[in-house]
Design a protein around this ligand. Structure first.
Ligand SMILES: C[S@@+](CC[C@H](N)C(=O)[O-])C[C@H]1O[C@@H](n2cnc3c(N)ncnc32)[C@H](O)[C@@H]1O
Length: 312
């Protein structure tokens, strides 16, 4: 079965989406994907809902902050790659009113009531960005996995566009599930389903869990001060303390209600029908819902700096 190419439909009243609805799109299992067929996350309302939950989850992991990076209040130029609905740039704009923030996304789903210091442009972030070399103070990328085929090239471009001493932050959630009680997380839960997922991703040249390779790519691009901060994200009903329970509630909503957002195009392009998928997907949930298990996944915040000039 191949994904269906669709003509546009009118945007729903009150929707934050605008002209992406005027462009053709690919439909798989009722989800709308970019017409190139190269972006494995949809852009429909269900996915926009998920982005907002993720935004809350990641802020919670950062104790309410918008970044893991310490950014000087005098920051001037900020670039956000894959802005989605634009929540992050809008909240950054309020925090850094003197900064110019440019968000790039392949789908036009950004909120339209933006602050004067935020702009959005619609493009693939794997294309050259509309910013001069050495002009950006902070490059931010979050949740791009599923839409990037060449991560090293993306980081090379970030290096080129950052000012000397400029900062990069890149955040991805791992598509891996571990048991909290089991040998410091080296035994994966749901291996059958997740291996199938990884196999299909590989066939499509897509890496949904790129963070482990991040430090190598960043060193190769020329970055320094590379660090990774990992936060655990419990799933199910086992977390005890209030902080982890909040993350767990958000994670349960993300995994149960939005599970198929990331599966629809991937499986469809590999010839899976909805019926075949429905026959294997429940094993995923039965494994993470087993009473003896304490499942969790992780979010990895990767930070790096372009070296300062010698005389700085
Ligand atoms: C999971 S959402 C994350 C949104 C936002 N960064 C956040 O963290 O809330 C991923 C976004 O990246 C965009 N995206 C993925 N691959 C892209 C690419 N190659 N070029 C431009 N945008 C891309 C998608 O359209 C989507 O809006």
């Amino acid at each position: 079965m191949t994904p269906r190419h669709k003509k546009p439909s009118a945007p729903a009243e009150g929707s934050s989406a605008s002209s992406s609805m005027e462009e053709p799109y690919i439909e798989a299992w009722g989800h709308k994907f970019h017409h190139s067929g190269r972006i494995f996350v949809p852009f429909d309302e269900k996915e926009q809902e998920r982005m907002e939950l993720h935004h809350r989850l990641f802020r919670h992991c950062l104790n309410g902050a918008l970044t893991a990076t310490r950014i000087p209040l005098s920051v001037q130029n900020i670039l956000d790659l894959g802005s989605g609905t634009g929540l992050w740039p809008l909240e950054m704009a309020a925090r850094y009113p003197q900064a110019n923030i440019l968000g790039i996304d392949i789908s036009r789903i950004q909120k339209t009531n933006v602050s004067p210091n935020v702009r959005f442009t619609i493009d693939n972030v794997e294309n050259p960005w509309p910013t001069p070399a050495n002009s950006i103070d902070f490059v931010h990328a979050r949740g791009l996995a599923g839409g990037i085929t060449d991560w090293p090239a993306l980081f090379k471009q970030a290096y080129e566009k950052l000012k000397p001493g400029g900062l990069l932050e890149w955040t991805e959630m791992a598509i891996q599930i571990f048991d909290f009680d089991n040998n410091l997380g080296d035994i994966e839960l749901c291996p059958k389903f997740l291996n199938l997922w990884r196999d299909l991703s590989k066939r499509n040249n897509i890496d949904f869990t790129p963070s482990p390779n991040g430090p190598l790519w960043l060193v190769e691009a020329g970055f320094e001060n590379i660090a990774q901060r990992t936060e655990i994200l419990p799933i199910g009903d086992w977390a005890q303390d209030e902080k982890l329970r909040t993350r767990q509630n958000l994670m349960n909503r993300v995994s149960a209600e939005h599970f198929e957002n990331h599966c629809a195009l991937l499986f469809t392009k590999c010839g899976w029908t909805r019926e075949q998928f429905d026959a294997v997907a429940p094993t995923f949930f039965s494994e993470i819902q087993a009473e003896s298990k304490k499942p969790y996944t992780m979010v990895v915040f990767t930070t790096a700096r372009k070296p300062r000039l010698e005389e700085d």
